[in-house]
Ligand binder design. Sequence first.
Ligand SMILES: CC(C)(COP(=O)(O)OP(=O)(O)OC[C@H]1O[C@@H](n2cnc3c(N)ncnc32)[C@H](O)[C@@H]1OP(=O)(O)O)[C@@H](O)C(=O)NCCC(=O)NCCS
Length: 389
Amino acid sequence: MRAGLQMARGLEPRVGQGTTSPTEAARATIRAFTEHDVPAAAALFARVYPEHGWTSQAACESYFREMLFDNPWRDLQLPSWVAEEDGNITGVQAVMPRPMRFRGRPVRVAVSTQFMVDPDKRHSLTALQLAKACLSGPQDLTLADGANDRSRRMWIGIGGTAPLLYSLHWTRPLRPARYVLSLLEGRSAFPPALTLAARPLAALADAGAARLRPNRFYREESELAEDALDPPTMLAHFPDVLDGNALQPVYDARSLAWLLEQTARKTRHGRLRARAVRDGGRRLIGWYLYYVQKGGVSEVVQIAARDGSFDRVLRRLLADAWRHGAAAVRGRLDPRYVQELSDRHCWFRWGHSWTLVHSRHADIMAAIHQGDAFLSRLEGEWWLRFLGG
Ligand SMILES: CC(C)(COP(=O)(O)OP(=O)(O)OC[C@H]1O[C@@H](n2cnc3c(N)ncnc32)[C@H](O)[C@@H]1OP(=O)(O)O)[C@@H](O)C(=O)NCCC(=O)NCCS
């Protein structure tokens, strides 16, 4: 009921903000996104993100097609949406269906992505109409995990929430001096020649720091072993590592292989490295997936571990990233492991993008707000590469 009221409030016109009056905007028709809309959606994308990384419009169109119409979870009841005005596409709300399980029962999740409105049609009803169309589908949960502040405000206005726990990130500097340099380089705070000249000094300082406690990445637990992680291994062990989460993703061989292949193509973060961690008896205790980024920040895609093994898997990840030259490792918080991450000197910060959720099921919303959901960067939209390859 409350969500319904908020939804109604969400469709109230907001006057005096932009270039299009609410009366004009009300002419937008919201309908399901079809394959014929792909060229217009890609053209809109290019207007909304002029700095996008696509080499051609055709490449962008092909990615839209692949993600929205050829993904393994396609569900005609959970379509993407477009706003159309006078025969033109003026807004898009893309949706990627994902199957999950909540306390044992199957649930349908709609992952919201590529929410955009033509720059000439902003501050009208179009964005709200699109968001409302998406949220009012038959899914049990709607999820976005790369939302900006404007989308968050709108989402909350129409009955969704932004669980802070799933919007927090952790960072573990491995080479503190190099990490500080990479931050300065990223912000162009100093002339590049200066930061380049400082690299050997930073390397010296980091080599010394690594020999001091607690930065001893040389030392490893000798009884643990690692090998390459492949989709069949993950599939076979999901029940062990997801155990205890109220909300769990559901994969099959095809969808998991497809997802990992797509994730590996997101090369702007580096090369994807996926490792299984085993104990002395060769029993799998968990795994980690991250992008190797020498001299920079390695982004973690997923850490999964059996009950009681997270710390050991985390330590293996940190040691591996250190050996591959990472200045720091960064991941999204899995709320169950705040203690372990904190004990390993990880810093927590809001990560400049929001995870947003909306569900008519109070128990699903409550579970997420209690941190009782397995939502890694593979489960939302983070792995997609609409922007920047
Ligand atoms: C995000 C985007 C689609 C929003 O469209 P928009 O036309 O700019 O949005 P609007 O101005 O109509 O609506 C957003 C505003 O309505 C407000 N709003 C929405 N529903 C509301 C409600 N029920 N009650 C009160 N306020 C509400 C929001 O808070 C926001 O206002 P503010 O930014 O002034 O605080 C558009 O800005 C865009 O395409 N941006 C570029 C792409 C992008 O960033 N996409 C989002 C990625 S997560």
